[in-house]
Ligand binder design. Sequence first.
Ligand code: NAI
Length: 237
Amino acid sequence: MYKKEISKAVINRLPRYYRYLGDLLEKDVVRISSKELSEKMKVTASQIRQDLNNFGGFGQQGYGYNVEYLHSEIGKILGLEKKYNIIIIGAGNLGQALANYVDFERRGFVVRALFDINPELVGTKIRNAEVRPTEELESYIKSNQVDIAAITVPKTKAVQLAMDLVSWGIKGIWNFAPTDLNLPKEVTVENVHLAESLMKLSYRLSSKQKQEKSKITKEGPGEAIKKEDKEDKESKS
Ligand code: NAI
């Protein structure tokens, strides 16, 4: 559809544009200038224009953006104009949490079934989706339209499971297991690793703390000692 290869950074920003525009739509906002959108999203106006120019613009000089149109166009770019059938393999803590989250469905991602090896879970229902035995996984995939398979099994089982899923025809994998899946390139894999996000947070926290410390040191040892004493007293009180 678009001749130019779109950079990953732009693709990564699109869901955020989509979310902001969705919020504006809910508030019945009809149009927005790139300046207003940039202030809301804390992205420069030129960044927004550049990003959207990748897809042919959508803005009009002196008018800004029509919120509904832009929301729907970005939705199309993200492939959100269709419904996606999802199955979840591994109906433990995470698998159940995903199946319980109603908002995915609102965006067109419908959890149709879960699969697990644990007989105690088999036959239970999470919202509208039933937990089925893994023995039925292959026949389910072959006889139903499954667009995305979410992997929420232990890491040690994930690689083999992913290969089986692909051999049965799965083309989209939402991988939560903390392991890399090396799959053929016609298979699209999206990895979600909350632990990596936490590590980024811890990096940012600790670098801020280091900056604070070096600021204190520059102010001189006397000031630093006074500040430490004060913090010590406060933490004890
Ligand atoms: P859990 O132990 O609660 O659930 C795992 C489920 O998988 C169990 O019900 C088990 O019976 C089932 N299972 C095991 N082997 C299976 C197989 N071959 N086929 C089908 N089902 C199978 O574990 P939890 O906490 O739900 O974590 C699941 C996975 O998600 C783990 O790999 C964990 O490391 C990962 N995880 C990833 C996060 C992320 O941010 N990406 C966050 C939390 C967990």
